[in-house]
Design a protein around this ligand. Structure first.
Ligand code: HEC
Length: 102
C-alpha cells in the first residue's frame, strides 16, 4: 500500500524557507549595488563609465536626461521595467556624482 502523501521533511523545509524569504524580497528597496549590478548585467558589455560621462555632457539637464533615457531604453536593448528604473538611477547618480561641485 502506497502513501498518498509526498510531503517529505525536505520539501516542507524548502517551502518554509521560501515563505520566510518572500516578504523580505518584496519589501527590499534598491540599493546602489542593485543599480550597479543591473547596469553591469544589461549594459556593461558595451558601455562603461566613459560612456556614462559622455551621455551626461550630451544632456546636461538631469530631468531632460531622465525622460530621454526612459524613452530610449524602451527600444535600445530594452531591460525589464524594474531594471530600467535601476539602470537609469545608476546612470543619473554616476553623472550627478561626477559633475557635483567639489
Ligand atoms: C550589445 C551592445 C550594447 C548593449 C548591451 C547596450 N548598448 Fe547602448 N549603445 C550601443 C551602441 C553600439 C550605441 C551607439 C554608439 C554610441 O553611441 O556609442 C549605443 C548607444 C547608447 C546610448 C547613446 C544614444 C544616443 O542617442 O546618444 C545610450 C544612452 C545607451 N547606449 C545606453 C545603454 C544602456 C543604458 C544599456 C543597458 C540597458 C545599453 N545601452 C546596452 C551598444 C549597446
Amino acid at each position: 500500500m502506497q502513501s498518498h502523501c509526498t510531503c517529505t521533511i525536505d520539501n516542507i523545509t524548502k517551502l518554509s524557507l521560501v515563505l520566510a524569504l518572500a516578504p523580505m524580497m518584496l519589501t527590499s528597496t534598491a540599493t546602489a549595488n542593485d543599480r550597479e549590478a543591473a547596469f553591469k548585467a544589461r549594459c556593461g558589455e558595451c558601455h562603461g563609465p566613459r560612456d556614462i560621462q559622455f551621455w551626461g555632457r550630451q544632456r546636461p539637464d538631469a530631468a531632460a536626461r531622465q525622460v530621454w533615457l526612459d524613452q530610449f531604453l524602451r527600444r535600445h536593448y530594452p531591460p525589464s521595467e524594474a531594471e530600467r528604473d535601476l539602470i537609469i538611477g545608476y546612470i543619473q547618480v554616476r553623472i550627478a556624482g561626477a559633475t557635483a561641485p567639489r
